[in-house]
Ligand binder design. Structure first.
Ligand SMILES: Cc1cc2nc3c(=O)[nH]c(=O)nc-3n(C[C@H](O)[C@H](O)[C@H](O)COP(=O)(O)OP(=O)(O)OC[C@H]3O[C@@H](n4cnc5c(N)ncnc54)[C@H](O)[C@@H]3O)c2cc1C
Ligand code: SF4
Ligand code: FES
Length: 1096
């Protein structure tokens, strides 16, 4: 069993195909499940026990795996590095792994000759043994006879049940030397319950006795003589008194073995011979052999990991070493559920308890002594009354469960775990249930326990013991059950209440809600939550809830993604034509970025390509994050947060040169703020020359993979978290997704990288990486969910590839992984089935698609730097090289930053009518060339121009021509409108959406479509040859209304505002003709030149 476990692991882990595995199995069958051997009595089909079906073997590449059955290895030559087999084959090896298991131990009174020759004597280890038992039981002289099983341990009870179920056997007797069965797993109370259950079935159990000899007549078993001089007639006897490791081959080859049996191995599972390893029951580690499957599989795990993962350089893993295995077991024996877990005999040994003679005397036990004590005959032991308290007197020869409380005063975890203990027991003789749980004396930690009759809590309790976590409930709850916790009591109920009140206002669409409440028109962080609550409330109110992308597409993002993919659509107009509600619509600020992201996720073409550029939100459009003063921040990738001093110096120099504010981000990189749009290409050029590239801080894409220092420096580190984080960041960089993605990698459970608050997080274990998914910080935090445990480094990428690609395929627009997983139909278990077990058969496609995305990566900054035409798009004004700051800059803590926005800004309704010069006197003024706008047939384009102190935005819309508006968004007085997405509604009304908080202004009349407090001034534009002319008043009068200095945000205004805002109202803007004869002039003041009514 352990051999095949090792092979399976090698086949999956050895992705580089460095090994060829050649296996010889002495049994004539393919590898089968020995643990389920007893089932063979029911179905008599070896195939049903096969651990892998025949097809699995035929599917393997013979260059990498060969399996010879019915072929025993007869000799091992460790010098020649070869083995010979019973079929005369000679196989040379680089490494030899022995997994020869054990054989059933025969008692001294049965010589191997006797066992061979006498009829009716059996052991219970393999299919052949069972076949022999079955065919013998059919013999005439056996039919209706008695079968005796010697040994009341795990295998003995398995054998007893098997023969008990045989129709040919009329009586089964178990002979057990101890007072109760299963003495390796249970104490007296538990064993007694099992004994009762067995006897209730009709199986006799003779305790405190053993077999002296077997009696035969003419070579046929007739009975047994017992140590108490009784004679027991028997037709067959099955010996189940223990197992002996099969070290015969190793011994012959001169490998070091222990006297009692077992091939000596070290922590790396190496035997005494070069390149020879031993795993499973045949191996003796630290003088221990293990007769359970779990430790053997653990060895297979360690060895395959060391063979395949240690030299790969992925994650810098050291070879794994053998640790004390967990011997927790859960069995169903003779129809009784039995389990023992953790330190289930903690009460019997060690410094925690006291072995007594007459009165309790503390005598520390070594591990050896303790083990011997456990192995010793239980007849010499009685368990003292459970839950004994300190000072209890115990009878001679008893083991006291004694507690010593002195070292618990300070109650440290370590002291608690190593200190005295207390037991809690539950015994229900009516339903044959017994439980004993062992806790530290303070009741804060569970150490181990045993269960009979009800093992339903086994998994939960094993994990509690393994985690060594402080218990959140009192010990008694574990025995009597904690009851159902009920649903979480709604942290979001308050939000619901607020949404409900909206019903009364007749709000039935999210955009209505936004317009009415201005929700989502600030930072936007509340939008996903608000959307969910809104939908839930609408559903409750009986409204049909639409998850359509926007008015332009009558479907959700997921559906649209499939259509684009299946029909291989490549541009926004193609998609609108194929799937849009109105084939010639321009789209809007919702569907354009969503489709831009879908196209990127599928084809990964440069977002700055002309055909895609107009779909991008401002940040993606300028490959930098727009800040509140209209400048941008530049965040180069610093994969895994690791950066050389030279690169740090470059960042410092660039920041100095362009006067950038610097700050270290939460994602472990350096953010350079305050870059003017026109400087971006030059800044990038310097960064690219120093080896930097875009960090995609602006994109709905992978941001960072945060890491701790891990094994690079940390004394606790188990995994190379920095190396892994860099690898992951390099792998997924530039991949666009429904929302931003963040990763984290911690080198051990201390979790310094906070990986569990990320979309994907890795935490190193000694076996690989635990993968967590769907963590989230932000406004609605979520602790990540453990998705896969102990994943070898080479498998991490595959799982993450699938996870991320599936998320990209199926999440709604702007949905973080946390919300996606929460709303995923079938939850995390279904997601595991799809992504880990490939239940839908999509994993290969997901991996391939991710591979294509990774392969198509190109640095976006470099693409701009190297293309003069694209560089031109970054000019502040296309008609002059003059620069115009947008906001006053103030100094704070040694760096510059934009002045605060005033707390309260009054409404600002601007319109033609506030300009002193009547429109009839306006003139056409040449402000740009056609070339400046770079018009295309597929997408809108825009540019800013300067006219006097005023700034204007000019837009080109395919098939609709040119439009112009003021550049300033009146909401926060930001000069940004040329960066906004241009869209239309289903009636064809064109509007520009402010990039900062998405107020939408109609291009034809300047009306704000989603906030009645604001409006802007539109201007007429016409093309004359290569020139673009705008109809404008003289610049002085226009500056008086929309001049930059007039509206520029200044700190003094903010301070006035914070003191109550007196005097900063815009009186009467847009409410009528402006007053003339202002006495104030220019600049930022509480009244300013030209029109006092516009001052604020
Ligand atoms: C009836 C029964 C019930 C069990 N129930 C449980 C249980 O509930 N839980 C649990 O944890 N464990 C249980 N076990 C124990 C578990 O089956 C073993 O721990 C496990 O099978 C050990 O695996 P292994 O590979 O080390 O040995 P094996 O499974 O014995 O495999 C060793 C193989 O090597 C072959 N071999 C030996 N020498 C050579 C050679 N020279 N050349 C070629 N082949 C050779 C043997 O024939 C054998 O097929 C049970 C065992 C039995 C018999
Ligand atoms: S998580 Fe913390 S303690 Fe663990 S390796 Fe990383 S830095 Fe060290
Ligand atoms: S600045 Fe807020 S919407 Fe334009």
């Amino acid at each position: 069993m352990v051999g095949i476990a090792f092979i399976e692991k090698m086949l999956t882990l050895d992705e580089a195909k460095r090994y060829r595995l050649v296996t010889c199995g002495e049994e004539s069958h393919l590898a089968y499940n020995r643990v389920a051997l007893t089932d063979y009595f029911q179905h008599r089909s070896v195939e049903k026990l096969y651990l892998n079906q025949v097809e699995w073997y035929t599917q393997q590449d013979p260059e990498h795996f060969l399996f010879h059955t019915g072929e025993r290895v007869t000799s091992l030559n460790t010098v020649a590095h070869s083995v010979t087999t019973s079929k005369g084959r000679n196989i040379s090896y680089d490494y030899c792994v022995l997994a020869t298991g054990s054989e059933s131990t025969l008692p001294p009174y049965v010589s191997s000759v006797k066992a061979e020759r006498a009829q009716g004597i059996f052991v219970y280890r393999n299919i052949s043994d069972l076949d022999k038992i079955l065919s013998y039981s059919e013999q005439e002289h056996v039919r209706g006879g008695r079968a005796v099983v010697v040994g009341g341990g795990l295998i003995g009870l398995e054998a007893a049940k098997a023969v008990f179920d045989l129709e040919t056997i009329s009586e089964v007797v178990i002979i057990n030397r101890q007072v109760f069965p299963l003495s390796r797993q249970l104490d007296g109370e538990g064993g007694e319950i099992v004994l009762r259950r067995i006897e209730a079935m009709g199986v006799r159990v003779l305790t405190r006795t053993s077999v002296k000899d077997i009696i035969t007549s003419d070579g046929v078993l007739t009975g047994l003589s017992l140590s108490d001089d009784r004679y027991l007639k028997a037709e067959m006897v099955i010996h189940a008194i223990g197992i002996t490791p099969r070290d015969d081959l190793a011994r012959q080859a001169g490998l070091k073995c222990v006297e009692k049996g077992g091939i000596v191995i070290n922590d790396l599972l190496q035997t005494s011979a070069q390149d020879v390893y031993a795993i499973g029951e045949c191996a003796s580690w630290k003088d221990n052999t293990y007769g359970l499957i779990a430790p053997g599989v653990e060895m297979a795990d360690i060895l395959s990991f060391n063979f395949t993962q240690v030299e790969t350089g992925l994650g810098g893993f050291k070879p794994r070493v053998m640790n004390m295995p967990d011997l927790s077991t859960k069995l169903k024996l003779m129809g009784v559920d039995v389990a023992s877990f953790g330190d289930y005999f903690a009460d019997k040994r060690s410094t925690r308890g006291v072995l007594t003679s007459k009165v309790a005397v503390a005598e520390p036990l070594t591990r050896d002594k303790a083990q011997k004590a456990i192995d010793a005959k239980p007849t010499a032991w009685q368990i003292s009354p459970l839950g004994s308290t300190p000072g209890n007197r115990v009878k001679e020869g008893e083991v006291a469960i004694n507690t010593v409380t002195t070292d618990m005063k300070h109650g440290s975890r370590r002291a608690a775990l190593d200190g005295p203990i207390e037991c809690l027991t539950y015994r229900d003789p009516f339903s044959c249930v017994y439980k004993k749980y062992i806790f530290t004396a303070d009741g804060k930690y569970l150490l181990g326990g045993m269960m009979v009759g009800d093992t339903s809590d086994y998994v939960k309790l094993v994990s509690l013991v393994k985690k060594k976590k402080e218990l959140e409930e009192p010990p008694s709850k574990f025995i009597i059950g904690s009851g159902s916790k009920g649903p979480d009591d709604g942290a979001d109920l308050d939000d619901d209440t607020q949404i409900c009140s909206c019903h009364a206002t007749g709000v039935t669409t999210l955009s209505d809600l936004k317009a009415k409440t201005k929700i989502g028109t600030g930072c936007g962080g509340c939008v996903p939550l608000a959307t969910n609550i809104f939908k839930a409330e609408m559903k409750k109110a009986g409204h049909a809830v639409s998850n359509h992308l926007c008015p332009h597409f009558g479907m959700a993002r997921q559906e649209l993604f499939s259509i684009v993919k299946i029909r291989k659509l490549k541009t926004f107009p193609e998609i609108m034509e194929a799937a849009g509600v109105k084939k010639d619509s321009l789209g809007c600020e919702i569907c354009k970025p969503a489709i831009g992201s879908i196209l990127s996720s599928l084809y990964n073409e440069l977002v700055i390509a002309p055909v895609h550029h107009a779909n991008q939100d401002t940040n993606d459009k300028y490959l930098a994050n727009i800040q509140r003063n209209g400048t941008f921040s530049v965040v180069p990738r610093v994969a895994g947060g690791e950066i050389t001093p030279d690169k740090l110096i470059v960042l410092g120099k660039v920041a100095n040169k362009y006067n950038l504010y610097t700050k270290i981000t939460g994602g472990q990189r350096i953010d350079l703020f305050g870059a003017n749009k026109q400087d971006l290409p030059d800044i990038w050029e310097e960064l690219v020359a120093a080896g930097f590239e875009s960090g995609h801080a602006y994109g709905k894409a992978l941001r960072t993979v945060k890491s701790c220092v891990g094994t690079t420096w940390c004394r606790y580190g188990i995994g190379d978290s920095v190396g892994m984080a860099i690898h992951l960041e390099e792998r997924y960089k530039g991949i666009r997704s429904p929302h931003k993605i963040k990763g984290g990698v911690s080198g051990c459970v201390r979790e310094c990288a906070e990986a569990q608050s990320k979309d994907f997080g890795l935490i190193a274990t000694d076996k690989g990486w635990n993968i967590f998914i769907a963590g989230n910080g932000g406004s609605n935090p979520r602790h990540a969910t453990l998705f896969a445990k102990d994943v070898p480094p080479s498998k991490v990428f595959r799982i993450l590839d699938r996870f991320l690609m599936y998320y990209i395929h199926t999440a709604d627009k702007l949905m973080r992984t946390a919300r996606w997983v929460e709303q995923f139909n079938g939850g995390i278990e279904r997601l595991k089935a799809i992504l880990l077990d490939d239940e839908l058969g999509v994993c290969a496609d997901l991996e391939r698609e991710m591979g294509e995305l990774i392969g198509s990566y190109a640095d976006e900054w470099k693409a701009v730097v190297n293309d003069p035409a694209r560089r031109r798009q970054f000019r502040q004004f296309v008609n002059t090289d003059e620069r115009r700051p947008q906001t006053e800059v103030i100094k704070e803590r040694g760096q510059e930053r934009p002045a605060d926005w005033p707390k309260q800004l009054p409404p600002a309704k601007l319109g033609e009518s506030v300009i002193v010069t009547p429109k009839s006197e306006w003139e056409w003024r040449k402000l740009a060339t056609v070339n400046d706008l770079m018009p295309t047939d597929d997408a809108t384009t825009s540019a800013a121009v300067k006219y006097g102190d005023s700034q204007l935005a000019i837009f080109h819309i395919p098939r609709r021509g040119y439009f112009a508006t003021q550049q300033m968004c009146p909401h926060k007085r930001a000069f940004v409108l040329d960066h906004g997405i241009v869209g239309d509604d289903l009636d064809g009304n064109l509007y520009v959406s402010c990039p900062l908080h998405k107020r939408n202004f109609r291009l034809t009349d300047g009306k704000c479509l989603n906030d009645e407090d604001f409006s802007i001034i539109p201007f007429d534009v016409k093309q004359e040859g290569d020139n673009l002319l705008v109809l404008l008043p003289d610049s002085g009068n226009l500056d008086a209304v929309i001049g930059t200095s007039k509206w520029m945000v200044k700190q003094a205004t903010a301070e006035v505002s914070s003191r109550g805002g007196e005097g900063i109202e815009i009186a009467g803007v847009g409410m009528g003709p402006p007053e003339s004869g202002s006495t104030c002039t220019g600049g930022q003041s509480l009244c300013s030149g030209g029109n006092a009514s516009l001052d604020w």
